[in-house]
Structures are given as structure tokens and as C-alpha cells.
Write a new protein. Structure first.
Length: 143
């Protein structure tokens, strides 16, 4: 929000200023992709996810119990590579189903998650920002 002094500076127009997030380049923001985290632990009372996508704050991503020791959380993330861990009853551990892990500075391992953009969404976004061109050759018509 603009302060009164910012709105009425001498020599400036008093027209309303836009404070929206407009991208002057005209390039669309990356499409968020759905990601589903699943974890199984028969005795867990709380399970959270902490990673680079939430500044390593486990309280930001608590998982929901689905019964029989299974836990689930759905998130929407921008394409990219992320590191994360499950926090099970206060103990940090890598995802046992992760295809890749990396050592962390605390002597443990972080799981690696790579989110790729859905090719259909990429195609749709590219088509939206491409100029229309007719590349078809005209057919010779006989009358």
C-alpha cells in the first residue's frame, strides 16, 4: 500500500498507481504442477514435510493421515529441483521412496524432487504467446 506522501509527491500525477504483479516481458509465470507426497510409518503420530520449497519449515506442510500408518500431502510447485525431508515425530529423515538423495550439512541425507512442467501446459503457453502465422501453401483450385 502506498503512503500518503508517496501518493502526492510534488510534480507527480495523482492518478492511481497499479500495484499488481504485471510481468513487463509478457512471459507467463511458470505453471504450478501438482505433486503428491506419500509416506508410510506404522507408529507415526505426526508427519510433516520440510524442504527448499517451504524454507525448511516443517509446520508449513503437515501431512494428513489416511489410515493404516499412511500419510498424504498434495502441493503445487513450480518446475525445478527441490531438496526435502520428512519430519516424523520430530525426527528428520529422507523419503524412503525418493529416487535420489544428497548429503546435507547435518550428517543426514535430503531427498531430491525434480518437478517438470507438463508438456501439454508448455505447448498451450507457447501457443498463447506465439504470433499466428499461416504456413500452409495455397492450393491451386481449378474452376
Amino acid at each position: 500500500m502506498l503512503s500518503q506522501s508517496e501518493m502526492n509527491r510534488p510534480g507527480e500525477s495523482t492518478a492511481m498507481k497499479h500495484i499488481e504483479q504485471n510481468d513487463p516481458t509478457g512471459i507467463a509465470a511458470p505453471q504450478l504442477e501438482p505433486v503428491r507426497f506419500k509416506f508410510s510409518h506404522p507408529n507415526a503420530r505426526t508427519v510433516c514435510i520440510a524442504g527448499t520449497f517451504n524454507d525448511w519449515r516443517p509446520e508449513a506442510k503437515p501431512m494428513r493421515p489416511t489410515g493404516a500408518g499412511c500419510w498424504l500431502e498434495k502441493s503445487d510447485l513450480a518446475p525445478g529441483t527441490y531438496e526435502y525431508c520428512f519430519v516424523v515425530d520430530g525426527c528428520w529423515m529422507p523419503d524412503p521412496q525418493a529416487h535420489e538423495t544428497r548429503p546435507n550439512p547435518f550428517g543426514g541425507r535430503n531427498s531430491i524432487l525434480t518437478v517438470t512442467q507438463n508438456p501439454e501446459v508448455t505447448h498451450r503457453a507457447n501457443a498463447t504467446h506465439s504470433p499466428l502465422k499461416n504456413t500452409n501453401k495455397p492450393k491451386n483450385r481449378k474452376k
